[in-house]
Design a protein around this ligand. Sequence first.
Ligand code: NAD
Length: 346
Amino acid sequence: MRVRFGVGSISFLREEMDVLGLKRVLVLCTPEQQDSARMIAKTLGDRTAGIHAGARMHVPVDVAQRAREVASRVGADGCVAVGGGSTIGLGKAIALESGLPIIAVPTTYAGSEMTSVWGLTENGEKRTGRDARVLPRSVIYDPELTLQLPPTLSVTSGMNAIAHAVEALYAPNASPVISLMAEEGARAMVQGLPRVAAEPTDEEGRTAMLYGAWLCGACLGATTMSLHHKLCHILGGAFGLPHADAHTVVLPHVLAFNAPAAPAMAAALGRALDTNSPARELHALGTALGAPRSLGELGLRETDLDLAVELATRDPYANPRPVTPEGVRHILMAALSGRPPAESGA
Ligand code: NAD
């Protein structure tokens, strides 16, 4: 795919449309990001078919259907998705049925713009799949468009990106180049995170984080995720926990659990974070920067654990360490309490 990167790079949007042969695009956003969408649509003039501010977390099927109808009614020949994973996910839902090309303008660090993974939620259950049609044709990473992302969401979204790097480093289809990208992505993220948490309009910090998001998102797109993403998928889908918050709380505990079985991952992350204990370091960093620490804070109860353990162990999937009910319960108990991860993960 094509990528434009850097402060002010949104000015290349028309050029990207020309390269892709797009005449009139539908601009997608959430209700909260209409100002950014309007500003971008204005620069396109009559090459905007309209703005659809209907994106919602986890792409409910009725939300997807409405957006498809709007795209068809206004005669759009492509979509510009301005926002985080939810908005890009809506663009993907349109593309999945219509094949309309997506130009993604990411404003969080979730990484969806770099993957061919789509997700749709129906009756409380999220289905996901891969399809080449939903991979954005062009991505514009402009740090200026991330300056308004609230500090806490910036931190949790950055942790969400680091989670992609962690699981790419021990993925069954890991490769040397992806591992380099994962290590560099995690490094860029932890360099940018404290700067952005302290000063959300710090352009250099924002640029480092968006660079990290690009790398980590590419790792997500190129590899198969394991236990950590499985748990977060369950916590979001079955218990309604917020996506990036759940990633932030769970990551140090899965990392500690898997580290003994994934020494190359632990070493790479240790280099990126400049520590001998990446799990503890990530937990301490999240805490210091004001991110939620426990699943309890996010609304999970101890009585939810039986179902979570059952869902996480029902079907087999790749993970460096065998996934057992005891192991999953141990991780979830630690994450529920918010205590720092044990060094050995056991
Ligand atoms: P999000 O897109 O839901 O955004 C969270 C909130 O932040 C929204 O209200 C949004 O309007 C607001 N926001 C986003 N950017 C902003 C900015 N720059 N300034 C001010 N407000 C801003 O959150 P997310 O974490 O990016 O995405 C989560 C969703 O994406 C989940 O549904 C997840 O499953 C999905 N996802 C999919 C993939 C994939 O590959 N398919 C990858 C990652 C995430």
